[in-house]
Ligand binder design. Structure first.
Ligand code: NAD
Length: 305
């Protein structure tokens, strides 16, 4: 398979790096130093057990150099999806399968603005990665990848699952994937913005009674929106699960907290902000998610504006 990774940062490098073991893989990124490092000395993946995986995908900043791919995996930050797809249009032909495993809600919809529904696969990943420097990542967490088609036909999704399974990913291909996407969004709704605003580890969302109330109020709104959009979640179970995840990842720094610390744009508009957007479409008020979205955007303005 000819595969292009659109956004070859931490996660793009992991999926693209592994896939390059038995596919033609192009890492497409705007980060010139990273592209140069991959082309000059390959990509190094530091694994949790101390071993190092070394792979040699091709890398470029120029989508024209890649041409049309069989599969494009979108791994830019979810706020950059629409722009990245337009800029990398040369890679996507009438048969190119486009997969997103990004966090947040609405990535599939963003891709479908440019690519027909039949070509779009969405999903979630339990892997975790951080950038160590150009051409070098740390593979911090391992777990299943769930994918499924936006259309009713799962043939393309199964093809992608097979390709990922062949290089060692634990795969699940399901027609219930949107429920899994929402489930991950609920956890991010509960944890990310609170930990970013308070500059605190994930466990605090469960351990501090005030933080836990904020998380619960936002998650209950998100569940109401998801259920109005056709899902069937039990709000009590979803809240309990989000707090369990906060406990299980207690010492971790959420990605939104990292973004604020590093003075980067966050994914708030695709997490709590996506709940607000979907709520507006469905006529459901989401004041708690609206408030925290505006607070994070105000925080971003202290360093981005
Ligand atoms: P990252 O910032 O490491 O990588 C994003 C990359 O996209 C960067 O290298 C950037 O230069 C590149 N980029 C930006 N605009 C581009 C464009 N127009 N064309 C090509 N490349 C462009 O981010 P990440 O941590 O890999 O996260 C990617 C997505 O995966 C996010 O939605 C994130 O929430 C999700 N995710 C991350 C993790 C994790 O552990 N890092 C885990 C699960 C899900």
């Amino acid at each position: 398979m000819k595969i292009a990774i659109l956004g070859a940062g931490a996660m793009g490098s992991l999926y693209g790096g592994y896939l390059s073991k038995n596919n033609e893989v192009w890492m497409v990124d705007i980060w010139q130093d990273h592209v140069n490092a991959i082309n000059e000395k390959g990509l190094e993946i530091d694994e949790l057990d101390g071993s190092v995986t070394k792979v040699s995908p091709k890398a470029t900043t120029n989508p024209e150099e890649v041409g049309v791919a069989d599969l494009a995996i979108v791994f830019v930050k979810s706020t950059q999806t629409a722009e990245a797809l337009v800029k990398n249009r040369a890679i996507i032909g009438s048969d190119t399968i486009v997969l997103t495993l990004q966090n947040g809600y609405g990535n599939g919809e963003d891709i479908m603005e440019v690519v027909p529904k039949e070509q779009v696969i969405v999903g979630t990943t339990s892997h975790g990665c951080t950038m160590k420097g150009p051409g070098h990542i740390f593979h911090a967490g391992v777990g299943p990848t769930h994918i499924g088609a936006m259309s009713d036909d799962q043939t393309n999704a199964q093809k992608v699952a097979d390709a990922l399974e062949a290089v060692g990913f634990e795969m699940d291909c399901s027609d219930k994937v949107l429920a899994l996407v929402w489930s991950k969004v609920f956890v991010n709704v509960a944890i990310n913005a609170i930990t970013a605003l308070l500059d605190i580890h994930n466990g605090y969302v469960n351990d501090n009674a005030h933080a836990a109330i904020c998380a619960e109020l936002m998650v209950r709104e998100a569940v109401t929106v998801a259920n109005a959009a056709g899902m069937d979640f039990n709000a009590d179970e979803v809240v309990a699960n989000a707090l369990v995840v906060a406990v299980n990842t207690s010492a971790n720094r959420s990605s939104m907290r990292s973004d604020v610390i590093l003075k980067r744009q966050t994914e708030i508009t695709k997490i709590n902000g996506a709940v607000v957007k979907k709520g507006k479409e469905l006529g459901i008020a989401t004041p708690y998610n609206e408030l925290i979205t505006q607070l994070i955007l105000a925080k971003e303005d202290t360093y981005l504006a």
